[in-house]
Design a protein around this ligand. Structure first.
Ligand code: FPP
Length: 247
């Protein structure tokens, strides 16, 4: 049987998404299925993060944005939040040199001011180390909320210009990742079909791909299936199908 990884090799790479956002859901359920604590699932999820980054590099994506911790996740049990923080710290410490060697630029979006000083320092160091890299942009959304991002963009514009009547362009210019390739595709694992306050502004014309696979099971073949599905979509951006075909 032909795999999706083989199939997408035959597709013109121009049809691949250039910016993919992933809502990595299902770690807790994956762990529960094995009779393990939820945090076991988060740890296993790190291997899927590695696989997604590898896939993104091999398929010339410009940007991969991973939703690692939402502004609502603070409401989870204290022990789980603390393990997630340690995991971010561990991943940054362990992986950033390798990312740098692979020409990956790392960027964190979200309100990092709520993280402890040690983690904030690690984030700043990791971003500084990789900031000249012009390969894949690996963006990690941490303490991120789409509504926070929009409110932040509005405030930034007002601070810069003093003008309180905003256009869509003003928000687009001040939103996170404004300077990078626009979002093409949002993948959500774990069977839920909602956006959960992820890249709300950016998602206006993005395609969605939902899979029941739990995040720790999501590997290169799963990513390839999402890309294959994306390549078959017709993105109309408000036009008719005929207009798009004739363009
Ligand atoms: C959602 O699954 C997953 C998270 C809130 C955390 C994701 C974090 C990682 C994969 C590890 C670190 C990642 C980086 C980029 C450093 P869930 O707990 O909501 O699962 P459930 O729906 O089954 O309960």
């Amino acid at each position: 049987m032909t795999t999706a990884l083989e199939t997408i090799k035959k597709i013109n790479p121009a049809a691949y998404p250039k910016h993919v956002g992933i809502i990595m859901d299902g770690n807790g359920r994956w762990a529960k299925q094995q009779g393990k604590p939820r945090t076991f699932g988060h740890k296993a999820g790190v291997e899927s993060v590695r696989a997604a980054v590898r896939f993104a590099q091999q398929h010339q994506l410009d940007v991969l944005t991973l939703f690692a911790f939402s502004s609502e996740n603070w409401k989870r049990p204290e022990q789980e939040v603390s393990v997630l923080m340690e995991l971010f710290m561990f991943v940054l410490t362990k992986e950033v040199k390798r990312l740098n060697r692979n020409n990956v630029r790392l960027k964190i979006i979200g309100d990092v001011s709520r993280f402890n000083d040690r983690l904030q320092k690690k984030i700043a160091e990791s971003e500084a180390l990789t900031k000249e890299n012009d390969g894949l942009l690996l963006c990690v959304a941490a303490n991120y909320g789409g509504r926070w991002d929009i409110a932040n963009a509005v405030n930034r514009h007002i601070e810069k210009t003093g003008c309180t009547t905003l256009t869509e362009e003003d928000i687009s210019a001040n939103i996170s990742l404004a300077e990078f390739t626009p979002l093409d595709l949002i993948i959500r694992t774990g069977g839920e079909t909602r956006i959960s306050n992820f890249l709300l502004w950016h998602a206006a014309y993005a395609e969605f791909y939902f899979t029941d696979e739990l995040w720790p099971d999501f590997r290169e073949e799963s990513f390839a299936k999402a890309v294959q599905c994306f390549s078959l979509r017709q993105r109309r951006f408000g036009l008719t199908g005929d207009q798009v075909e004739n363009a």
